[in-house]
Design a protein. Sequence first.
Length: 371
Amino acid sequence: MTATVALIGANGYGRHHRRHLASLGGVRLVALADTRPIDRDPPLPDGIRLFACHHELLDATKPDVVVICTPPHTHLPIAEDALRAGADVLLEKPPLRTLAEHRSLMAVLGETGRACQVGFQALGSRAAGMLFDAAAGQTVRSIATVASWQRDDAYYARAPWAGRRSVAGRPTVDGALVNPLAHAVMQSLAAAAAAGAGPVEALAVERYRTRPIEVDDTAFARLTFAGGLRLTAAVTLAGEDFIAGEVVVDGTAGRAVLEYPTDRLALPGDTALRPVEGRTDLLENLVAHRGDPAVPLLVPLARTEAFTGVLEALTAPEVPLPTLLGGPLVEIRGGVRVIRGINRVLRRSAETLALPSELGVPWAVPPYLCA
């Protein structure tokens, strides 16, 4: 049976969802909503209904599934409205801003009996599942994630909330760790959960920026779990050589490495990364779960609670602005700002679990200890 789907947030990254929906079987896109005029690229399907208000969309079309691809600070009310309208929800990452919002949405899920899948699509890969199995099958000593990407000034002009901590007095969510590289954090947290790490007990973070934004484009975070396991994230959007995104699990059986964007994996004993075929699409999984609740969701909202806890700690109002880097340290290459020597710092941090200030990096500042 075909599931009717509505997309709320049809521009920006919503265009990716529109293309993806056009390629899937078993679903039919019936409506789009956006507060801005809806982009005609990709072309709109015949008969599609357009709305400027998600309430009107829900009332008029009553879709089976709603994909929410709006700014993160709008997720909670839209998701609650969609669930109460009788729809299941695919909620883009980062899902929610605070643990209080997480609990609120979990309560609505219990009230309505509906389902919410979160768009951490890398968790649908077979390679990720193999990494988590490897973590569960040994005593894990540490986990690290490292990524080096580049973003230009246009990236921070793509939306009013980009690079901002608040818009019109409303808190927003952005920053390297919690938005573009949120998958690296979520994959690492999932590996820690598989290893039985327990809850996060301490979080130390160093955050930096290379332009006059209010969030980090370079960040280092170290999480300590109740069981003693430590997880270090070292990421940048002002990188030198590209590092797609690696999750490294060190344990008694050896080292496992997942390059999560490409699904390349090296398990203990392997000498090199190898491609692992197979990803389960999260929307297809949600539709299958609708048809048969015995089919488990791959990324139910409950699985993302630890990520939301980290996000809340990193974006709390009392957290200071990231340290601004400049001068000869920052080079502009083809419109992209690059921190000289940053890739070596990222690698050292991931290998040693030490933050830049602990490594004696000259431009580093002492970490902020999150509650």
